[in-house]
Design a protein around this ligand. Sequence first.
Ligand code: FAD
Length: 481
Amino acid sequence: MDGTESQHSPLVVLGGGPGGYPAAFMAADAGHEVTLVDDGAVPGGTCLRHGCIPSKALLHVAKVIGEASEASAAGVVFGKPNIDLDRLRAWKDEVIASLGGGVGQLAGARSVRLVVARGRLVDDHTLELSTATGQSSRLGFDRLILATGSRPVWPPPLVVDSPLVMDSAAALELPDVPERMLVVGGGYIGLEMGTVYAALGSRVTVVEMAAALLPGVDGDLVRPLSRRLAERFESIRLRTSVESLSVENGRVTAVMVDDEQGRETESFDRVLVAVGRRPNSEGLGLDAAGVEVGPVGEVVVDADGRTTCEHILAVGDVCGGAMLAHRATRDARRVVATLNGTGSGGPTAADMLVPAVAFTDPEVAWCGLTETDARATGRQILVSRVPWAASGRAQASRCPDGLTKLVLDPESGEVLGAGLVGAGAGELIAEAVLAISQGLTAEELAAAIHPHPTLSETISEAAEHAAGRAVHILPRRRRER
Ligand code: FAD
């Protein structure tokens, strides 16, 4: 829909991702007249079009393939899967279209005007809009919420003008199943996409500069994932960086530098570059509106989500920090509270308890204080770990290599952090988020009866274990720095 005929809107939201469209909807629910401008034909942002949703659709298929193959250990043998790539792509696109259609309907029902155009500030009260067909117009506003998200970081030596070298959005389009694929970056996006392509049949190599996959995440949570990926991927190269990429005769040559083995050259059929994301603040005309940007391009906001231009607010990835959809949506709640003058909509991005999940196989999830951070700052903690080998459900579901851990205050027993690795960790972490956000102690967590046999019992067992009275683990109370 092109609604640029109206030249003024009291409130404009620029960017229709999980930061922008919830902000628009919440503001409309509070009585604001809202225009939502996004340059994508389908609303929903990166998350819906090129991120969370398509990646999880493909990971679902990867999981089905993996489980079917592993069922042979339990005496059920399936044949080799026959993958219809066109149908798989179409199904993924149907998921996106269905959800995008839902966002559009909800916008209509709330009288939020959708404008498909690219926006750029020309001053602090005016956006210049340009459409894909070359039309341009101006849209005035009283207040603006910036929600333009983020884009992939692309180190200059890895910039190659060839479809064989992809970012995550291109990889999610599933152009083909390359025989050999290089994934540059062992963060969650690289590992999720590597998992998908490996399940579809590619021989995947992951190259990561750091000493471990998922850099920054506690080692005991990453190890079970690393073991599993070592079986599924052709190669995982740590402490290695890709110095350059070049394309010749339909193949990509990568020069890799390993801390120990020096320089090596290998060729691949496709390469995915997934080395991080940066805020989408360039080309927005922020200077013209006096909106300050920080060192990595993040829009600087105060505790109320206001930028340095008082009537322009910002949410989500464009503000930097934890670039995750649920954080963007929480930001939206805060800025709408600011607009409504109903006070703080909650803690700032920096203070928020933002759970993170790598939807790999097994999944890794964590929230709150990590053991790594506690050790780095010298904070006294008590760590209670429950290996999933002690869980009946994990054994019955053939996922005994998981781990649940709680990071506790050693004096009060308050739950400060939690981490899980294993099937469904991304769902299970929600209980820990609730416990931490409500200031619960391990005793209080343990007091809640958890259903048997479920993986959630590992959380109550970890809470019991902290008090030295877990049933399936020998009592052992460790005080750790
Ligand atoms: P975005 O979702 O990026 O939305 C910004 C929108 O603004 C986009 O539609 C963009 O096209 C539009 N836009 C930008 N500039 C302009 C302009 N000038 N004019 C008009 N429109 C503009 N997060 C999770 O929480 N869980 C996950 O599982 C997860 N998986 C991911 C997988 C991948 C492959 C990727 C890339 C990301 C994933 N993320 C995940 C991150 C998540 O997608 C982002 O954190 C989230 O989308 C940020 O929301 P946002 O509203 O800030 O911005």
